[in-house]
Ligand binder design. Structure first.
Ligand code: ADP
Ligand code: UDP
Length: 237
C-alpha cells in the first residue's frame, strides 16, 4: 500500500477505500519541536491501544471522530480528513508552556478550563494564535472555531471523568480536528489521544504518567504508558 505521509510519530497509508486511511503508530518519540529524539520499544503498540480505547469511549459518549476500527497492534483504520491547521489545547491545571509563558508554578487548578490554539506548523514551532489570527489566516471560520471550542470542552468533561476513574488527573491535552473528505461539511476529532499528547498525573502520588517523563529525562517512560493502558483497560472492561 502507498505511504501517503510520514510524521514524527505516525505514518499514514492509503487503503482500498478512498475515504479511509491506515494510521500506523511508530516507536519514535520527539519533543521540543523535534529537537529531542528517541525510540521506545512498544511505544507504537501502547499508544495505539490507549488511543483506540479512548476513541471508542468518546464515540460511545456521542463525540464524532475519525475512528473506524483497530486493524492490529500498531495500526488503525480512520476516516480520511482534511486536517484543520489549528491545534486545540485544553488545560485544567497549569503546566508546560503555560507556566513558561506566565511564570505561574506547575499544578495550579484553573477555575475553568483554559483553551488555547496553536498554528500547526513544524517550521514555525506551532506558535500560539488567537481567534482573530485564525479568521484572518483562513484556518477556520468563526463558526467552525465556535464548534471546535464547544467540542473540546465536551471532550474535556468526558475525559476528566474517564481518567479520574483510572486514578489519573487530566492536566492538559492537545486535540486535532478535520473535515471528512467524503463530506467536508462534517468536522470530526482526528489524530490520536495518548500520553504523547496529554499530561496525566497520578491522583494519589502526583507522579507524571506521560511524555514529560521523556521530555524531562525522568526515566520509566514506557512503564508509565503501560500503567496508563492497564488502568484504562480495567475501567473499560
Ligand atoms: P506530525 O505530523 O506532527 O509529525 P504524526 O507523526 O502524529 O505528527 O503524524 C500524523 C499526521 O496525520 C498528523 O499530521 C495529523 O494531523 C494527521 N492525521 C491524523 N488523523 C488524520 C486523518 N484521519 N486524516 C488525515 N490526516 C490525519
Ligand atoms: N501538545 C502536543 N503537541 C504539541 C504541543 C502540545 O501534543 O505540538 C500537548 C502536550 O503534550 C501537553 C499539552 O498539549 O499535554 C500542552 O502542551 P504545552 O503547550 O504545555 O507544550 P510543551 O511546552 O509541553 O511543549
Amino acid at each position: 500500500m502507498t505511504l501517503l505521509y510520514e510524521g514524527k510519530a505516525k505514518r499514514l497509508w492509503a487503503t482500498e477505500n478512498p475515504n479511509t486511511l491506515r494510521m500506523e503508530f511508530k516507536n519514535d518519540a520527539t519533543a521540543f519541536n523535534g529537537e529531542k529524539k528517541a525510540s521506545f520499544e512498544n511505544k507504537g503498540r501502547l499508544n495505539n491501544e490507549i488511543s483506540t480505547l479512548i476513541y471508542g469511549f468518546l464515540e460511545t459518549a456521542g463525540i464524532p471522530t475519525h475512528f473506524v476500527r483497530q486493524i492490529d497492534a500498531t495500526n488503525v483504520e480512520v476516516k480520511k480528513v482534511s486536517i484543520l491547521m489549528v491545534e486545540v489545547i485544553i488545560r485544567n491545571l497549569s503546566a508546560g508552556s503555560y507556566c513558561k509563558r506566565t511564570g505561574i508554578e506547575e499544578g495550579r487548578l484553573f477555575s475553568q478550563p483554559v483553551i488555547e490554539f496553536s498554528y500547526k506548523s513544524d517550521e514555525l514551532g506551532d506558535p500560539l494564535i488567537n481567534d482573530d489570527y485564525i479568521r484572518e489566516m483562513g484556518l477556520a471560520t468563526p463558526e467552525d472555531l465556535a464548534h471546535l471550542r464547544k467540542s473540546a470542552l465536551a471532550i474535556n468533561s468526558i475525559l476528566i471523568d474517564f481518567f479520574a476513574k483510572c486514578g489519573l488527573r487530566l492536566v492538559d491535552f492537545k486535540l486535532e480536528f478535520g473535515r471528512l473528505v467524503e463530506d467536508p461539511s462534517i468536522i470530526v476529532l482526528a489524530d490520536e489521544i495518548s500520553p504523547d499528547g496529554c499530561r496525566l498525573w497520578d491522583i494519589k502520588t502526583g507522579e507524571k504518567m506521560d511524555k514529560d517523563r521523556f521530555r524531562r529525562d525522568l526515566g520509566g517512560v514506557m512503564e508509565a504508558y503501560q500503567e496508563v493502558l492497564g488502568r484504562l483497560k480495567e475501567v473499560t472492561a
